[in-house]
Design a protein around this ligand. Structure first.
Ligand code: FES
Length: 257
């Protein structure tokens, strides 16, 4: 993959049209590009530069500033472990050490099979469920060493495929409000009517995430009624409680809120 594909190009033009200045769409377009390829390719950034009328150097300079953008390929699962104060006080360093041993890599590295990239992170905004990690921007809180082992098993087996999207997919809900029908930014043809607002209850690109882990790292199915709260919390995609939710929705602004 290099440049934005046909569908994403339409989407990109719609996004650019939302702003009075094309360059203002830079961050949303970089998220879109990363969603497509998992990281920001040189050709993709060149394409984005053309769309927002910036130089490739300006685009790269912006992309390299933000931790959430990756300029090199990452593993299928990008694991970010919070080591900020609340998580630190709840054993984050021990958790990082366990994860390092479990995966055989250190933060900043990718497993030889390309499955996991590990990174440490500043506060992920799930302090109430410290220590926590995100996997491809989905939260898993109250994580213990045993809980991590269960999580890895679930990920490797594909049991969480519906809940943990491919890396790069930041949000579940596509913004439609304000976008023009037909998607032809810069063109007045076929753009008479705005798109209808999405039904937020049904327009998710992935189901609401519910952590498979109960507090303490115990698998939820081993805890009577344990899954109910997580599913309820994930149902509106906002609760940062026991269940997982979109890290991106809480951590960064994006066009897809
Ligand atoms: S300190 Fe870890 S989520 Fe806030």
């Amino acid at each position: 993959m290099a440049r934005l594909n046909e569908d994403n190009l339409v989407r990109a033009r719609e996004l650019v049209a939302l702003y009075p200045h094309k360059r203002s769409a830079l961050i949303p377009l970089l998220h879109l590009l990363q969603e497509q390829d998992g990281y920001l390719t040189t050709d993709g950034m060149q394409h984005v530069a053309e769309l927002v009328e910036l130089t490739p150097a300006e685009v790269r300079g912006t992309a390299s500033f933000y931790d959430m953008f990756h300029l090199e390929p990452v593993g299928k699962y990008l694991v970010a472990v919070c080591t900020n104060i609340a998580c630190l006080l709840h054993g984050a360093y021990d958790l990082v050490e366990h994860i390092e041993q479990s995966l055989g890599i250190h933060p900043g590295e990718t497993t030889p099979d390309g499955m996991f990239t590990l990174e440490d992170a500043e506060c992920l905004a799930l302090c109430g469920n410290a220590p926590c990690v995100t996997v491809n921007w989905r939260y898993f809180g109250d994580l213990t060493a045993d809980g991590w082992d269960s999580l890895v098993e679930d990920l490797r087996s594909g049991r969480l495929d519906d809940e943990v999207p491919p890396h790069g997919t930041l949000s579940r809900v596509r913004r439609a409000v304000g976008l023009m029908a037909g998607g032809a930014a810069g063109s007045t043809e076929g753009v008479a009517a705005p798109r209808p607002a999405p039904d937020l209850a049904t327009s998710r690109t992935t189901p609401a995430v519910a952590s498979t882990l109960a507090p303490g790292g115990v698998p939820r199915d081993a805890v009577a009624g344990g899954g109910t709260q997580a599913q309820a919390a994930g149902a509106d995609g906002r609760a940062a409680g026991r269940g997982g939710t979109d890290a991106g929705a809480a951590v960064t602004g994006t066009e897809d809120q």
